[in-house]
Design a protein around this ligand. Structure first.
Ligand code: X2X
Length: 340
């Protein structure tokens, strides 16, 4: 505390203007000035990413005796993903959870986990993302002035929903008007499948489906349910064409300016929240298909071969191998096996 401020506090106490503060030492006064931080995401209020994020914020507030006050802004309240990415870079927001594939517009290699059909199961996903592949991506994120936490959230395996027709084979995607998130890899994949992809932030997806600007979209079951996309879609085709997760980012300057003890408390609770979030999604995945059927979605279960073959034939894997580069591809293929 500066001398001037100490004198000011003492002056208040001496003058009796702030009777209660007379018993509080200047040091304690300094400690209780809260650091307010904003954490934004695109997930519904009821989604485990938001619920567990809120839980982390509460635990951090408690453990720091109110010194760190993280406020959660869910459901794209502060803008669409591309807008929020600008905001976390400028410092208008402090924390932001974002799909690696959307972060790809800024950090090209961050989209690598979205290469179609890369991960055969969750065990492989976590081995890669918590292992060498994730470390490689995080190192690249660290270079653009963003802090990234070690563990990423589970968004999930993505499936295609539609209001017009079920997607059984790659041929059904021909000319299919599908919303994709704003990301080069997503657009490239659905172009390679001869669909007609439109880049739209998640904040606009429900209305884009409702007004039939697009016929369909693709997302994990948890989001199809919690964002109520079943209200404006008829079919759910279980393509599981990629796994997608969200990195928890922080504005680099803001993070670096936090004292190390506060960084440690925040990291501990954010990591715990992520691990609980992954468990939540796993539990949800067990019952969601049944629930979504009851809510009116018709499910079908395509073979993945026609999609893989179409992508290979269109040169999709070759194109992205060139873009990601041999080093990154080697880290991915250590877990996925050869992607051709
Ligand atoms: O935008 C999407 O579809 C979403 C919510 O799954 C992502 O965050 C990538």
């Amino acid at each position: 505390m500066t001398l001037a401020r100490r004198q000011f506090v003492q002056g208040l106490a001496a003058g009796g203007a702030l009777a209660a503060s007379a018993s509080i030492s200047p040091a304690a006064f300094a400690q209780t000035a809260p650091i307010t931080l904003k954490w934004a995401n695109n997930a519904p209020v009821t989604h485990p990413s938001t619920v567990r994020g809120q839980e982390a914020a509460d635990a951090i507030r408690k453990e720091t005796n109110g010194r760190v006050d993280i406020q959660i802004f869910p459901n794209s309240q502060l803008g669409g993903d591309t807008d929020m990415l600008s905001q976390v870079r400028s410092g208008a927001i402090d924390f932001f959870s974002l799909s690696g594939l959307i972060l790809q517009t800024l950090v090209p290699v961050a989209g690598i986990n979205g290469l179609a059909f890369a991960f055969k199961d969750y065990q492989t996903v976590w081995a890669a993302m918590d292992g060498e592949l994730g470390a490689h991506v995080r190192a690249a994120i660290g270079k653009v002035n963003l802090h990234v936490f070690d563990r990423c959230l589970d968004n999930g395996y993505r499936n295609i929903t539609s209001s017009t027709r079920p997607i059984n084979t790659a041929a059904d995607l021909k000319g299919f008007k599908i919303r994709v998130p704003v990301s080069p890899l997503w657009t490239s994949m659905f172009k390679a499948l001869e669909a007609s992809p439109a880049s739209i932030n998640f904040s606009e997806v429900y209305s884009a489906l409702q007004t039939k600007v697009v016929e369909g979209q693709e997302n994990p079951l948890a989001l199809i349910d919690l964002a109520k996309l079943y209200e404006v879609q008829k079919y759910c085709s279980m393509t599981g064409h990629m796994w997608d997760g969200q990195w928890i980012l922080a504005n680099g300057k803001r993070w670096a300016a936090l004292p190390a003890d506060l960084q440690a408390v925040i990291t501990k609770h954010v990591t715990a929240a992520v691990m609980s979030q992954r468990d939540d999604i796993r539990r949800l995945n067990n019952g969601l298909e049944t629930q979504l059927k009851a809510k009116g979605l018709t499910f079908n279960y395509p073979e993945t071969k026609s999609f893989r073959d179409a992508l290979s034939k269109a040169g999709f894997y070759q194109e992205w191998r060139g873009k990601f580069g041999d080093e990154a591809m080697a880290k991915l293929e250590k877990y996925s096996g050869k992607l051709v």
